[in-house]
Design a protein around this ligand. Structure first.
Ligand code: NI
Length: 452
């Protein structure tokens, strides 16, 4: 059966909708999409929060990877519907199903607190996404194979950016795609930060297929500009928030400690569903059993572990008492960072467990890097222009990495009140000797106000 006749026979007799706080309704017209949503691998995303540790800074950010995935599907569906209506000569309508499936499944391999978990246990959510799509043993694979035996490969090739149609890849993954447009709006809505708001309906009007890619009508310039600025501000204000990163670092150190203790045979077994990851024998089936609840339950048990450090780090994470931070300049302050870590280590802290450096960096927009597809506008004569050449706002954000480097330490070293109670004044003063206005500063620069 060819894809078009499958698509026809797969249409639901009645449209099915999911109520969504961001996009109002998610519309489903294909049985295939409904059945993918009902798979155990996709339902698991209900149990994984979209923003990980950001929920500890923005308490409203309790939304799940499930709702984001539905949102990306819905935006892609709206765009594809519009392409089919308005640009039938520039868009290949046989790409409809593969594009919708890739949009829905693009994050299906995410696990609990992905970023930190991946670092400690060396997993990779993108590789797991393709595993879930291609593995013989998943429900997702069985549903996709109803289209054709090769269909799972086609969906996976969109995720790995190897699909033969660049328009399909760019809709799911580029500098302005359905994924980013959904998470910016959704994260802004649930955190309550208004920075992420941009004129989505306008962008969905001006986006269009163009030769080998996606472009925007010139009159949409300011809507696209606004999207890039929103994205920049969400990174600065929400995603890179020092308190969320403090929780991430605390989680990182506690999982690191648990792994150390497991290897030494002290924490053995560590926690039933996590043991395969500590043993480094985890299979896809083991991974699919993980969710936020599993990780949090393990941490609750570890608050009563026999190891004082694991107990303390677990309590800090559970009760939101994150490590606190000061900024430093990379390539300049490393020596002082080591001095400060030693000061922490001189008290009852293990410096490898209670201090850690963490860097954040984001490129809001770039047109020079080969890995980044530039955003193009279509001018009235039909020619393309790259957006930063006509927008001074975009130009000012182009090609520049934004973010900072931070050293995380127990808060007693940064806050005098707790220092008086909990620790020696001498260590506190020694630490403070290098800090001015929340940044690591060489003492000889203190007299001119900390300017370097
Ligand atoms: Ni996503």
């Amino acid at each position: 059966m060819c894809i078009q006749s499958f698509e026809k026979s797969d249409r639901l007799p009645f449209e099915k909708v999911f109520k969504d706080p961001v996009h109002d309704y998610i519309h489903v017209h294909h049985r295939l999409i409904l059945d993918l949503i009902d798979t155990r691998e996709f339902q698991r995303l209900r149990r994984i929060k979209q923003l990980g540790t950001a929920q500890f800074t923005f308490h409203g950010a309790e939304h799940s990877r499930f709702s984001h995935s539905l949102g990306v599907y819905e935006l892609t569906r709206r765009i594809v519907d519009m392409f089919e209506r308005n640009y039938p000569n520039d868009w290949d309508s046989s790409m409809r199903l593969v594009t919708l499936c890739a949009a829905l499944l693009h994050d299906v391999g995410h696990g609990p607190f992905s970023h930190t978990f991946e670092k400690i246990f060396e997993t990779d959510h993108e590789a797991i996404t393709t595993d879930i799509i291609l593995s013989e043993n998943t429900e997702v694979n069985a549903v996709l194979k109803r289209v054709s035996l090769d269909f799972p490969n086609q969906v996976a090739s969109v995720i790995t950016k190897q699909h033969s149609n660049p328009q399909v890849i760019q809709l799911i993954s580029s500098q302005i795609d359905a994924d980013r447009m959904d998470y910016l709006q959704r994260d802004a809505f649930f955190t309550g930060a208004t920075y992420g708001a941009f004129d989505l309906s306008r962008i969905l009007r001006v986006i269009r297929p163009y030769k080998d890619g996606i472009a925007f009508q010139y009159q949409g310039l300011h809507a696209v500009e606004d999207y890039i600025v929103s994205r920049f501000q969400m990174y600065m204000q929400v995603y890179f928030h020092p308190a969320s990163r403090g929780m991430e670092v605390t989680l990182d150190r506690l999982l690191y400690r648990a792994k150390e203790l497991f290897k030494a045979g002290i924490l053995y077994p560590a926690f039933p569903l996590l043991d395969p990851f500590f043993k480094e024998t985890a299979t896809l089936e083991d991974y699919l059993k993980l969710d936020d609840g599993v990780l949090q339950t393990a941490i609750i048990l570890w608050t009563e572990s026999e190891d004082a450090y694991l107990t303390e780090l677990s309590k800090m994470f559970l009760n939101r008492k994150p490590l606190k931070s000061v900024t430093f300049e990379k390539g300049k302050d490393e020596e002082i960072v080591e001095i400060l870590r030693d000061i922490v280590g001189n008290l009852h802290y293990d410096k490898n467990l209670f201090t850690l450096t963490n860097s954040s960096s984001d490129l809001p927009y770039d047109y020079k890097l080969k890995s980044k597809t530039p955003i193009h506008l279509i001018q009235s004569d039909g020619t393309l222009v790259e957006i930063s050449t006509v927008s001074s706002i975009v130009k000012s954000l182009s090609g520049i990495l934004h973010g900072d480097h931070r050293l995380f330490v127990p808060k007693e070293f940064l806050e005098r009140d707790t220092a008086n109670i909990n620790m020696f004044q001498e260590e506190y003063d020694a630490f403070q000797h290098y800090i001015i206005n929340g940044a690591i500063t060489h003492p000889e620069n203190h007299k001119n106000g900390g300017k370097k």
